[in-house]
Ligand binder design. Structure first.
Ligand SMILES: NC(=O)c1ccc[n+]([C@@H]2O[C@H](COP(=O)([O-])OP(=O)(O)OC[C@H]3O[C@@H](n4cnc5c(N)ncnc54)[C@H](O)[C@@H]3O)[C@@H](O)[C@H]2O)c1
Length: 271
């Protein structure tokens, strides 16, 4: 169902790799709600991914940008304003990657070059995106910037590895930059802390199947899907949430406030 919540709004959506990507489903929902956007992903992901299909479906243009490259981001922001015909109202940062996770290196046995690369891609890129937007004065007043995170920023999930630290930094950057963006440009900045979701990045985490079914059993409303996340993001891009900022918002079916559920008790209790 569409409510035209984003009619007349323009933005950039980072991170749509394939139809499972949270950014892909968000792009579809933003399109349904009347928003116009440029799609962006890393050059390598664009070769592997199916982003052109999404672009066609949503009437969007695609601009490659490695989100760790200030030069690429500068080009992306300038061209997006040109293509879309004005300053931007919304940004989705849906980017994450850990080489340690990908290559199965334990948290206690990090290869620090990989750790640094993961931090640059998963967290520092958010600062770079916002600094580029800020310096170019590319956001409209009352615009909205959202990044996606996971609860391992607050609590221990051993196999989430160095991504836990990256998410903690990402959430901190949202608050710190959100202050300046709010004070100077009336732009809000938030993170959505999403349930485990079966995507390329999600399934890369060791023991993901156990992870997702445990969260499902713990959450009174069950796990939030990628579509739930897309809908929440649409609400944060809309004018209905104008003074929500500097927040880390849990979209997780209640998981983050649970101690234990009956379903999990049944699993661990010997009868
Ligand atoms: N899937 C989950 O369980 C889950 C849960 C909570 C939060 N998240 C977060 O949601 C976001 C989106 O992930 P997803 O689950 O949709 O997986 P995904 O694999 O579909 O998306 C990750 C994206 O990051 C992009 N990316 C990687 N390196 C990049 C770079 N240098 N420059 C630009 N883009 C780059 C990839 O190409 C890909 O499109 C990530 O921040 C992830 O950590 C995912």
């Amino acid at each position: 169902m569409s409510y035209n919540l984003l009619k007349g709004k323009r933005g950039i959506i980072f991170g749509a790799l394939d139809p499972n990507s949270i950014a892909w489903i968000t792009a579809e929902r933003v399109h349904e709600e009347g928003g116009k956007f440029v799609l962006s992903n890393a050059p390598i992901a664009m070769r592997m991914g199916q982003i052109n299909e999404l672009a066609e479906k949503t009437g969007s243009q695609v601009i490659a940008a490695d989100a760790t490259s200030e030069e690429d981001l500068e080009n992306l922001v300038k061209k997006s304003v040109e293509i879309l015909g004005g300053k931007l109202d919304f940004i989705l940062h849906s980017i994450g990657m850990s080489i340690n996770v990908r290559k199965g290196r334990a948290y206690t046995d990090q290869k620090y070059d990989w750790t640094q690369k993961g931090t640059d891609v998963s967290a520092m890129s958010f600062h770079k995106v916002m600094q580029t937007l800020y310096k170019n004065n590319a956001m409209n007043e009352w615009g909205s910037i959202v990044a996606l995170t996971y609860m391992a920023a607050q609590r221990v999930f051993p196999d989430y590895n160095d991504m836990a630290d990256n998410k903690a930094l990402l959430e901190s950057i949202a608050r710190s930059f959100g202050y300046f963006f709010g004070r100077d440009k009336n732009v809000r900045v938030n993170t959505i802390s999403q349930s485990p979701t079966p995507t390329t990045a999600g399934k890369g985490v060791k023991g993901f199947d156990g992870f997702i079914s445990y969260a499902e059993k713990m959450s009174p409303l069950g796990n939030a899907t990628a579509l739930d996340c897309a809908n929440y993001t649409v609400s944060l891009f809309s004018d209905l949430t104008k003074r929500v900022t500097l927040q880390n918002l849990f979209n997780d079916g209640g998981f983050s406030n649970m101690g234990v559920s009956d379903a999990v008790m049944d699993m661990v209790t010997e009868n």
